[in-house]
Design a protein around this ligand. Structure first.
Ligand SMILES: [Zn+2]
Length: 434
């Protein structure tokens, strides 16, 4: 730890953010992914790699924050510009692999660590001068060794953050208390074959408007989710965003650190299956981590100027894996295409009594970027991907009348079109466990 109480500290006057000019972001993701050794790291390889990097590099300090139930070290690496003093930078705490079978988070963080230790790219070095990254690539070593979701005691760690009953969650909680980060990120993967509407594509989940939070905190979290959506659009990643409130289950890590610790907090879920290989899933996680890190860097440079973040000004060039959106015919006088949006399901005035998927139909123009779903005036979800759907969490709602709204936005968040319907929630509902 002594190594982390650092020496000298030069702060450059000019902010050159990752993903904004200079370095092509697409190339950057490829450059980082090239660090993937071709097969996933074992727990011992993670620990030994971090030890070796700690000895070799002045940019990294690694140590163990505690032991798993079976006595394996839970490794943590801190990355910073040499000379940084605690308190001079924003601190971003990233965890991966709470679920032992979800390998892409470990590989994305290990590749990012290797890249940041070795790179001479000025944007990344500038980022490290503003943001200290504190990374645990493997929270659940016992589960990882067995390639299974739960820890050695059969517990789902990402349902343990209220109780903190497991050595793994307690170790991370203690490390977060020590590092006092500004933001928290938790990396996961979605099963290939899931019937849940929310699980069809990658998603980010973060803090939404809630009386328990400062509007600035949830507003910034939603801003980052929108920023990530623009970038996901540009890279051809389908993406949904979901927004939590304090009535949600706070036993999940990102909600625990958001609502109880007051951090900017994000869950990233990379979709598996359908030909999405390891590097594809890593790229999504890397895009998420770098977008959040760049947001924090902007905060350091201009504490109250999120709206003018350089990230916003220069989107990356599109590297689309999807077919391009249909565009208007090239010749002749053409009616300008206007965006329209309509809630096609459920029907207005419907009585809801169970799982309900809200579905919107969009006629999109060039400027269309994403759709939001709102319940009673509160934004619950955002998606850039057709079919535009949101599974209504009706267990959160009181019986009686509610308003459902869908809005189509351009990339700066302006509403292009909207639709709103009343629904009724029948009383005496029973929750379906999944
Ligand atoms: Zn998971």
């Amino acid at each position: 730890m002594t190594r982390l109480r650092l020496k000298l500290g030069v702060c450059p006057g000019l902010i050159v953010l990752l993903l904004a000019g200079g370095v092509s972001a697409a190339n950057l993701l490829d450059e980082i992914c090239a660090q993937y050794p071709g097969r996933p790291h074992s727990w011992l390889e993670v620990v030994n790699t971090l030890k070796a990097l700690d000895e070799a590099s002045p940019r990294l300090s690694a140590y163990s924050v505690g032991l798993s139930h079976e006595g394996r070290q839970i490794p943590l690496a801190a990355l910073y510009a040499p000379g940084t003093k605690f308190g001079e930078t924003a601190r971003l705490f990233i965890i991966a692999r709470q679920h032992g079978s979800e390998k892409a988070g470990t590989e994305a963080t290990m590749a990012l660590i290797r890249h940041l230790v070795g790179t001479q790219n000025e944007p990344e070095l500038n980022l490290l001068r503003r943001v200290t990254l504190i990374i645990c690539p493997m929270v659940n070593p016992d589960g990882a060794e067995r390639n299974r979701r739960r820890n050695a005691q059969g517990r789902d760690l990402n349902r343990d953050w209220a109780a903190l009953s497991q050595p793994e969650t307690r170790a991370i909680e203690a490390a977060v208390r020590m590092w006092r980060p500004h933001a928290f990120v938790d990396l996961h993967e979605l099963p290939a074959n899931s019937r849940k509407a929310a699980y069809k594509v990658n998603f980010v989940e973060t803090l939404g408007p809630d009386a328990a939070l400062s509007p600035a905190l949830s507003g910034d979290c939603m801003f980052v989710a929108r920023t990530l959506t623009f970038r996901a659009n540009a890279y051809g990643f389908p993406l949904n965003a979901f927004f939590d409130d304090s009535s949600d289950n706070l036993a999940l890590a990102h909600r625990h650190f958001g609502f109880r610790h007051g951090l900017y907090s994000f869950l990233l879920e990379a979709k598996t299956g359908g030909g999405r290989d390891m590097k594809h899933r890593m790229r999504f996680h890397l895009l998420g981590m770098l977008t959040i890190a760049a947001f924090l860097a902007g905060k350091v440079a201009a504490p109250s100027a999120t709206a003018s973040m350089p990230l916003e000004a220069q989107p990356p060039r599109a590297v689309s894996r999807r077919p391009a959106r249909p565009s208007p015919a090239p010749a002749g006088p053409v009616e300008p295409v206007r965006t329209t949006v309509r809630l096609v399901s459920p029907a207005a005035g419907s009585e809801i009594a169970g799982d309900t998927v809200l579905r919107a139909e969009v006629t999109s123009s060039e400027e269309f970027s994403y759709v939001t779903f709102e319940i009673d005036g509160r934004v619950k979800a955002l998606t850039n991907t057709a079919p535009f759907e949101y599974r209504l969490d009706w267990t959160d709602l009181a019986p009686g009348g509610h308003k459902v709204a869908v809005r189509a936005h351009n990339r700066s968040g302006t509403v292009l079109a909207q639709d709103e319907i009343p629904i009724r929630l029948r009383g005496e509902t029973t929750q379906v466990a999944e």
